[in-house]
Design a protein around this ligand. Structure first.
Ligand code: OAD
Length: 257
């Protein structure tokens, strides 16, 4: 592994990105951090500061206290609706007009899509896709969220079976959406270059995708201000933020062509 610090785009990465025919991006919470979405392992704010998101994002927490868990997700839905894609999301969308850029994200926000990326696979589901927690029927009515965070909020009821509606995210202990997972695996197996952006690499199976890509022959580059569980297996680590690094990389590729 070779590590680079600071704003200068690493030369080996420019060379590889210029040669690549297929690029896969594995993104995590750090991708959206500069849009204002807190990462999972950041300290929580306000009402939930004493709660670990890992304890709230479980089927057990939901069964024990649906209004409490729904209120937390309602706050996250409101937050995601209020923010905008950052320069990193936009750079990936711009890049995809030049070559195939597939994105497999652990993020449940839609900032990649709002920036203009069309090939996005949500490994941990989507916060804006609601479904019945009992019968699984999609819930397509508009979901209103309070302007201010509240501690408890009753989830809507399913129009078909009157079960409680839940967010369409993957909770700890649940399986990943099979289609998104299969697409993420194929994207890693077929890529020349895999960029791992803003993930701590602590949650499996998503955290296993960089190693899978490496064994399939891809060059694996990490973009993250801090070392992670992925760093040791990555071929190159660039200690930089997503919103700074990705536009700089795209500009560097464009400049040399
Ligand atoms: P984490 O919160 O675990 O890690 C965020 C990573 O982003 C860290 O490695 C930070 O150093 C990095 N980071 C912070 N700011 C950044 C920036 N501006 N640019 C680039 N990187 C930055 O988030 P994830 O790895 O995405 O799962 O978490 C994985 C999963 O654990 C989540 O999808 C969620 C969670 O619990 C479920 O809910 C199932």
């Amino acid at each position: 592994m070779i590590a680079f610090e600071g704003p200068t785009v690493p030369e080996p990465l420019i060379a590889l990105a210029r040669r690549a025919r297929t690029v896969t991006v594995l993104s995590g919470a750090g991708m959206s951090a500069e849009s204002g979405v807190p990462t999972f392992r950041d300290a929580q704010a306000g009402l939930w500061e004493e709660f670990d998101p890992m304890m709230l994002a479980t089927p057990e927490a939901w069964r024990a206290d649906p209004p409490f868990v729904w209120a937390w997700y309602a706050w996250r839905v409101a937050l995601v609706r209020a923010v905008h894609p950052n320069a990193g999301h936009r750079a990936l969308a711009d890049w995809s007009s030049r070559l195939e850029v597939l994105i497999a994200t652990q993020n449940v926000d839609d900032l990649h899509e709002r920036a203009g990326s069309s090939q996005v696979h949500h490994l941990h589901g989507s916060i804006g896709a609601f479904r019945c927690g009992e019968c699984g029927h999609p819930f397509i009515d508009p979901v209103t969220v309070p302007d201010e965070p509240v501690e408890r909020l009753n989830p809507p009821a399913c129009g078909r079976c009157f079960g409680l509606v839940r967010p369409g995210v993957v909770w700890f202990g649940e399986s990943l959406p099979p289609d998104a997972w299969a697409a993420g695996v194929v994207a890693c197996e077929n890529a020349d270059l895999v960029l791992v952006v803003g993930t701590s690499g602590m949650v499996y199976p998503a955290a296993g995708l960089p190693a899978l890509a490496g064994s399939a022959g891809a060059f694996v580059a990490e973009i993250n201000p801090l070392p992670t569980e992925i760093s040791a297996m990555a071929h190159l680590c660039w200690r930089a933020s997503a919103a700074a690094a990705l536009p700089a990389l795209l500009a560097a590729i464009t400049a040399v062509e």
